[in-house]
Structure formats: C-alpha cells, structure tokens
Design a protein around this ligand. Structure first.
Ligand code: ATP
Length: 193
C-alpha cells in the first residue's frame, strides 16, 4: 500500500487541506492519506488556539466520509514535542510492507533542511512538496519531489480571524466542522488569532 502522511496543526482543518490531500491521493497515487495533527509543533510552540481534542474532533468530522482519509492520533497521543522523524519511524514500524509519502506544504518545505534527522526522514519516506500551479518548484531534488496541486486561498489563520470577527466560514470548512466550531465557541476570544 502507498500511504500519504499529512501533518499540521489543523487548527482548524479546512477545505485547502482536504483538496490538496485528495489531489495528492489521485496523482501520486495513494491508497490512504493519514492526517496527523500535531500535539505541539516545534515551529508553533504555544500558538495553538484549540485544544488537541477539539482539533481531533474536527478532523474526525472532516475525514469521516472519505474512504481514503484517516485520522492518525500518533503525534497527539505522544507526550511532548512531535518530530516528523519519530512519526515516520513509528509508521514504518507499524506498516513495514507499505511505502510512505510525506506530504508537505511549500512553507514547510522551505524549512526542511532544518528538520531533525532530515536524511533519515528522506530514507523513511518520499518527501512530496505540494506546490501551487505556476509557483515554480518549491524545492530542489534534495528536499523532495514537487507535486502541483490546486491553489486554494484558505488558511486556518484566516478562518480563526473570520470567526473572531463574527464572519461566516461556510464553504471554507466542511459543514460539520463549522457546526462544531459554533457549538464549542472556538476561536471567538479576542486575540485568539
Ligand atoms: P495556519 O494558518 O494556522 O498557519 P494552515 O492553514 O497553514 O494554518 P496547517 O495545519 O499549518 O494549516 O497546515 C498543514 C499543512 O497544510 C501545511 O503543510 C500547509 O502548507 C498546508 N496547507 C495549509 N493551507 C493550505 C492551502 N490552502 N493549500 C495548500 N496547502 C495548504
């Protein structure tokens, strides 16, 4: 099996994440995409706005009806900082027969050279950089392969800001996720973006 690994804060998950993951699954192709919410990302220490359990609940709602998508709790369940290399070691131990593809956005790809044990990361998984059409290669052959995916101008930051302003986020996140954010009053507090 060919398994994609898509990590992030997912605070919250939005259609940009879902569309690029679906496109990567078609194009690479992948049998499954694991969405791996970070418990605490090394690059985003102290910046999370929703609890890990809220972020997981929203991810569950978002991936529920896609047979290729799965929620993977391994980083959320691990105490302390999550490093990609540890996540990949854990996945390759669990799925020794399968081929792993690490999906990274262009922003994360730019930092790839600073990742802990980057050479081991590249041994354990094919690093695939999701780049916007026309943006040119976001990486060189050392960091990973480029895969052009549709450009969707949505970010979790913009969604948190919209909620804080009282604007609608309909169509920017799956309906179930919008309902969850409203029911749990997430992202409303001033200065929470
Ligand atoms: P924030 O605005 O809080 O930084 P984000 O929307 O970028 O959040 P993350 O959870 O940090 O979301 O993203 C996880 C991965 O998804 C990253 O590699 C990021 O590059 C990618 N990504 C996020 N939004 C998009 C988008 N609209 N199109 C393509 N990739 C995206």
């Amino acid at each position: 099996m060919r398994i994609g690994i898509f990590g992030g804060s997912f605070d919250p998950i939005h259609i940009g994440h879902l569309i690029v993951a679906e496109a990567a699954a078609d194009r690479l192709p992948l049998d499954r995409v694991h969405f791996v919410p970070a418990s605490q990302q090394p690059h985003k220490l102290g910046e999370h706005r929703a609890s890990v359990e809220d972020r997981i609940a929203m991810l569950e709602l978002a991936v529920a009806h896609n047979p290729r998508f799965a929620l993977d709790r391994r980083e959320a369940d691990r105490a302390g900082t999550s490093y990609t290399v540890d996540t990949l070691r854990s996945l390759s131990a669990e799925f020794p027969e399968d081929e792993l593809f690490l999906l990274v956005g262009a922003d994360a790809a730019a930092r790839l050279s600073t990742w802990r044990e980057g050479d081991v990361v590249r041994q354990l998984a094919s690093v695939t950089v999701l780049s916007r059409p026309g943006a040119g290669p976001a990486s060189d052959s050392e960091t990973g392969h480029n895969l052009e995916v549709p450009a969707i101008g949505v970010s979790a930051t913009a969604i948190r800001e919209a909620v804080a302003r009282g604007d609608s986020i309909r169509y920017l996140v799956p309906a179930g996720v919008a309902a969850y954010i409203a029911a749990h009053e997430l992202y409303r507090t001033e200065g929470s973006c």
